[in-house]
Design a protein around this ligand. Structure first.
Ligand code: SAM
Length: 139
């Protein structure tokens, strides 16, 4: 997915850098200014996740990874109404711990990547992670 300038919701201990700059829970990524191309894989907490989705859609440059919960308010407001493309991941993402060891569990359900901005649409189209649907949806 190419290089990112910022991960606004990064773990405190990371096995490798995710972006050039990281904000952790200690910084509170929601209170910071976001810059450049953002990778946003928000916390699963149902109060925080919509706030990260809102900030990502307002920022308008980057890729958001979230569960494929198409029917939720947050998905309607910040993905259907604001994203430029969606990629339906063909496989469930797997996770690694902070030592870089691959964990047994996966996302437990379907996930999508949402692109904000033309460059990020192109990146999704060039990836082989799954089918891409562009705004205007279904046209
Ligand atoms: C789903 S993980 C994603 C980790 C990383 N961005 C990645 O893609 O591998 C969500 C992360 O957000 C962090 N987090 C939770 N609340 C946060 C906040 N208010 N500001 C910044 N990071 C936060 C958690 O500590 C956790 O590491």
């Amino acid at each position: 997915l190419d290089e990112f300038d910022l991960d606004p919701c990064a773990p405190i201990e990371r096995p490798w850098p995710i972006a050039q700059r990281h904000y952790t829970i200690e910084d509170d990524g929601l209170k910071q200014d976001w810059h450049g191309r953002v990778w946003c894989n928000p916390p699963f907490n149902k109060f925080e996740r919509p706030k990260f989705m809102e900030k990502m859609s307002a920022h308008g440059d980057g890729i958001l990874m979230i569960p494929a919960a198409f029917e939720t308010n947050a998905f309607r407001k910040f993905v259907w109404d604001k994203a430029d493309a969606m990629l339906f991941l063909m496989y469930r993402p797997r996770y690694y711990n902070n030592k870089g060891e691959r964990l047994e569990f996966n996302s437990g359900g379907p996930m999508i990547l949402a692109a904000y901005g033309f460059y990020n649409v192109r990146v999704l189209e060039k990836s082989d992670l799954g089918p891409v649907f562009k705004y205007p949806w279904g046209k």
